[in-house]
Each structure stands twice: as C-alpha cells, then as structure tokens.
Design a binder for this molecule. Structure first.
Ligand SMILES: [Zn+2]
Length: 262
C-alpha cells in the first residue's frame, strides 16, 4: 500500500514513531508520503529517511498557516529535502474557507506561490480544498494545473467531474468509512479507479472502528477495503492498481524506466 498523505512527524505521533515505522516496514508499505511544513518535520524526515526506503517527503504550507507563509523558508526547506532524493510533491496547499484561519487573500496568494513553485520544480501538487470548490477550480483551470491530487476528497460527483477534466487525481481518506459518508460513496462510484489515491491524513481522520483515536498509516487498509467494496474490485487487485496510481503520479520517472525495462 501507498499512503499518499500523512503528517507522520506530527508531535502527537512522536512518542511511538519508531514502533510505527517498524510496523510499516513489516507490512511492506510501498510508500508513505510525509507532509513537511515545519523545520521540525524536515529534521525528523532527514533523521529517518535513510532507514526506511518507503518514506517520501512533500513540502508545503497548509492554508490555515498562509498568514505566516515565508517563501524564503519554503526554499530553505526545499534545498534540505531535495538532497534526500525523496521529495516528490509540493503541498499541502490550497484554500480552506470553512475555518478561515488565514484571511482569504493570504490563502490565495500562498496557494498561487505554491502552484508556480511546483511548476518550476516539475512536481505534483497536493491540494486541500474546503468550502472553496469554485475558487479552487478557477485557479487550477486558469493556471493549467493538471499534475496533482485533491486530497481528502469529500465533494459531490459534479465537482469530481470538473477535477477529472483537469486530469487531476482524487485522494480518499478514512472519512469514507464513516456512517454519514453517502455523498462521497456515490462520488467514488463514478470516479475511474485509475484516478483514485488512498490516504490516511494521519494523525487525523481515523476510520470508523477507531474514530477519535490518533490515526497512523497502518489504518490505510480500512480505506482500501471500503473502496474495494464500493467498486466491487478484489482487494488485492485494487491494491495493485492504487499503488500504481501513486507511483505514476509521484514517481513518474522511475515508473517509466521500470515499464520500459519490462
Ligand atoms: Zn493533511
């Protein structure tokens, strides 16, 4: 499995981080994408990435923190992560007009800066969207963004269609296991399986049986299982498809080389 969105080095997971990493290794995770937003998260990534070959990094600024965004810090952390060879995406970035923890104009500016930065570095974007569908769509369309994923997708079928037209992927979390998730389940029925990614959003959004607890990538199986049930695809077959989707989006170059050598 490939967990395409985690805050693995969040302070809440630190007491157990060694144990979690060992278990992920035992379960042969193909990838765990770690969102790095602070120097502390970057430092922890630098500490562990050599020991665990499934760890990948993503660098960005959550829309909540747009008001404190500094491009200098972004570039500085980029330079550190670039050297690992495992920096595979920019994000999470986007717009959150539900909580509005940063002013709208700051969120939009910060999002645009991340879009240009990702294009300059030729990396996919991990996009956060909440109560901002129209604005997100317009910005993505105007800037020809077609390389990335809308993470934690929880909107209706019509928004999913617009995102698919842009050729972006949709990431689904443990929310799809919640009892009131009918809208998302309907959406999943219409999304081609080749455009689906799965994620835990660790330490948030634990799936139903563990709801309210601290989440870890080890719970990704519940998301896989639910999608297998909705799509009526055998779970092992689906796992392989979803792994390939993540590899295609995030590890294109090595994927193409592997495909050629087959
Ligand atoms: Zn997140």
């Amino acid at each position: 499995m490939f967990d395409t969105h985690t805050h693995l080095f969040d302070i809440r997971l630190l007491p157990e981080i060694k144990d979690i990493l060992e278990k992920l290794k035992d379960h042969r995770f193909k990838g765990v994408l770690c969102i790095c937003e602070t120097q502390q998260e970057v430092d922890l990534f630098l500490k562990y990435y050599k020991l665990y070959d499934f760890l990948y990094a993503c660098l960005g600024t959550h829309p909540h923190n747009s008001k404190n965004f500094s491009k200098k810090n972004l570039i500085d952390m980029y330079d550190q992560l670039y050297l690992t060879g495992r920096l595979i995406a920019i994000g999470e970035t986007g717009l959150d007009f539900y909580y509005n923890l940063s002013p709208k104009d700051k969120q939009i500016n910060c999002f645009l800066t991340h879009i240009y930065f990702a294009k300059e570095k030729n990396l996919p974007l991990i996009i956060h969207s909440r109560n901002s569908e129209e604005e997100i769509y317009n910005i993505l369309k105007e800037n020809n963004v077609s390389n990335g994923v809308i993470h934690c997708f929880s909107s209706k079928h019509d928004f999913a269609n617009k995102i698919l037209e842009l050729d972006l992927y949709l990431g689904f979390t443990g929310i799809i296991t919640f009892k009131n998730s009918n809208v998302i389940l309907e959406t999943i029925k219409y999304v081609p399986v080749e455009k689906i990614l799965i994620e835990t959003d660790t330490p948030y959004l634990s799936p139903q049986p563990l709801r309210g607890k601290i989440n870890t990538p080890l719970n990704l199986y519940y998301v896989l299982e639910k999608i297998s049930e909705i799509k009526k695809i055998d779970i092992n077959v689906l796992e392989d498809i979803l792994d390939k989707n993540a590899i295609r989006l995030f590890l294109k170059d090595s994927f193409q080389n592997n495909e050629k050598s087959k």
